[in-house]
Design a protein around this ligand. Structure first.
Ligand SMILES: [Zn+2]
Length: 348
């Protein structure tokens, strides 16, 4: 026997139910009710030892029965078509799959954002400086469209030599006839400064700050690390299988986009920090760094690239540099030699 409750009613009536090919047939008093299997709820609930079938939209019609055989019979006939009870198993299976998917996504993110960059960094550490310089030379030689002012580049190199910045590299500097406000470096070897950025400067301190920043990108191997990070798993795979030739090829391809390569926030901050330390070590007033950032901030409409990339934004760079200056309590000496070379560069 069973108990049938019609839609919207709170009390059930005695009924008799049987299973057939269409679903369930319920005889309740003089009523003959047919439940199509497709509309019978997937989940058959247990209630005080009874089984409860539900049918239709909420509030659903219900059929409560103690007849286990009816349930078994129903499931045998309709399990496949309507995934009854198995629905519960499906839910568990689905939850398991979602959990597994979630774990995979987290693992992937972990590998992509944490492990791969660190593996790339570890790999770069294993590259000898000479190899890195060679790579930088090759990348630089591909930048044939650069319109360099060779005579003024010599003066820029003289300026750099007088800075006495600390570096295991021997960077060569280039001043290029380009109105785009930009400065960038190749791995371990070249620093390119545009006329566009030079013309914005008002003092040797600003140029000193810019070069300290770019040199720090070289010293911290940011360019090589970024190129390797951009190659991601491909690079590490080729290292693993010993295909260094293929890797160099890919790195060179990446190097072609060096002018517009934007560093991570972490690298920009590190270059600012290391550049600041270079200035302090040489007794050069680091306010040039703040001045340069401020000038670039005022003129953000022009086509600007790496040096003023948005990571981190100029506002915060100005802020943390000012804080460092306040904390440094350093005495800054006059720099007449640098000033006169800078003047020569600007008033060519
Ligand atoms: Zn930078």
């Amino acid at each position: 026997m069973a108990n049938y409750t019609a839609k919207g009613e709170s009390l059930g009536k005695q009924a008799h139910a049987s299973v057939d090919a269409g679903g369930l047939t319920i005889n309740c008093g003089h009523r003959h009710i047919v439940w199509q299997a497709a509309f019978i709820h997937k989940k058959i609930e247990r209630k005080q030892g009874n089984y409860v079938f539900q049918f239709g939209d909420s509030p659903a019609e219900t059929l409560e029965t103690s007849e286990k055989l009816l349930v078994i019979h129903f499931l045998k006939q309709h399990k496949k078509s309507g995934h009854y009870l198995q629905g519960q198993r499906n839910t568990i299976w689905l939850k398991g799959m979602l959990l597994l998917l979630g774990i995979l996504v987290i693992l992937h993110l972990l590998v992509y954002f944490y492990l791969l960059p660190r593996m790339a960094d570890e790999f770069v550490k294993s590259i000898p400086i000479e190899q890195e310089q060679k790579l930088g030379e090759e990348i630089f030689s591909q930048m044939s469209d650069m319109n360099e002012d060779v005579a003024r580049s010599k003066v820029l190199n003289a300026f750099f030599a007088k800075l006495h910045y600390q570096t295991p590299y021997k960077p060569k500097l280039h001043l290029v006839k380009d109105e785009v406000v930009n400065a960038y470096a190749t791995p371990g070897s070249h620093i390119v400064v545009t006329m566009g950025i030079l013309s914005k400067m008002k003092s040797s301190k600003e140029l000193s700050a810019l070069l300290a920043h770019e040199l720090s990108h070289i010293n911290c191997r940011h360019i090589t690390r970024s190129l390797c990070r951009n190659l991601g798993s491909w690079a590490l795979l080729s290292v693993a299988v010993g295909d260094i030739g293929g890797l160099s090829g890919r790195l060179l391809q990446g190097g072609a986009q060096l002018r517009t390569l934007s560093f991570s926030r972490e690298f920009e901050e590190e270059a600012d920090h290391e550049g600041f330390a270079q200035l302090i070590k040489q007794g050069i007033d680091p306010n040039g760094m703040v001045n340069l950032f401020q000038k670039l901030q005022q003129d953000q409409t022009i086509d600007v690239a790496e040096f003023i990339s948005t990571h981190p934004d100029l506002k915060s760079r100005i802020e943390y540099t000012k804080q460092k200056i306040a904390k440094s309590h350093s005495v800054f000496l006059p720099t007449p030699t640098l000033d006169s070379i800078f003047e020569k560069l600007q008033n060519w």
